[in-house]
Unconditional design. Sequence first.
Length: 392
Amino acid sequence: MTDFLVKRLIPDYRNTEDPTVRMRYGMLSGIVGIICNLILFISKLSVGMLINSISVMADGFNNLSDGASSLIGFIGMKMAGKPADENHPFGHGRIEYISAFVVAFLVIEVGFSLLKSSVGKIFHPEELNFNYVSVLILFMSIGIKLWMGLFNKKLGNRIHSSVMLATSADSMGDVAATAATLLSILVFRFAGKNIDGIVGLAVSAVVMIAGVNIAKDTLKPLIGAPIDPKLYEEINNFVKSFDGIVGTHDLIIHNYGPSRSMASIHAEVPSDVDIRKSHEIIDLIEREAFQRFQMSLVIHMDPIETKNQQLLYYKEMLKDVLMEVDSRLVFHDLRMTEGSQQMNLIFDLVIPRDYQHSQYDLVKAQIAKEIQKRDSKCCCVITMENSYCAEH
């Protein structure tokens, strides 16, 4: 069914890197969500009023909030697809995150309202009226929500949309909530116990947790999420694959919405090569990076010594020292300045994020001590920094 809708309603559906195609995926998800949730809301509200069940009506209003969420997502995706303009040179892609954040607050608010209603039902329970139609409606709801969860998960994976994946998780939460509501009705029918208020309380908790999770997922790219390790490795390997590039470091990616990113990286080039030739290679990499990643990549060129045997000796020495101190430590931009009394080894050291600031000086001192054991003339000048890549 998912593939049928995609093929029929999204032209050029395979080109998921195209912002227009991506927007159409989002609009399809929004329209399907609005239609399905409105059907569920009307069905559950009618059944809930018929059998006097707060948990069924609560589940129905949860579907209404999901429908509103789909509408906001639909509008957000439409606005996020607008091209860059004079006032927004990086495009409007982050509107998708903002709309998802608004949705999260709506979901939390609905959950809180359901919480208050359920608490009232616990202290002042009302008689339930069992009806087989209500059972059929709830079974239908579970089936529809399960399909919606799988539908949004498939679309989200296809276009790498955290918003759709969050919507999928929300739908799966609804499946659990509706199953709990169905349980309360069946318990009343066959055991004669009214657990409607308690189940309504559980439903409200599921709704609020889903809202909090959506908020967390959408806040990450807005605040600034670390780079996915797989993408980090892919871009580094891509740049290093070109002749004339010795190494890379300091990759940073700035996210301006899904499929809208800019990046910068330092590329090491041999210092004895004509700068014009190296610059030509850098220009080529930037052009091909845009074609491959749909990303503007700005490359800073770092000339390094590749034939200085003394520097190469110190480089290997430093590698051995770092393996002894902490195998996670990485260095770059190693250079040396030789004086009459000492040799200064100057380099940048990339440290894990779990290091406390109080450890910085201790690590520097330990490295300097181990280096001096091997060569008493060496003095280390170390600049500490963190990687922008998410740690495994």
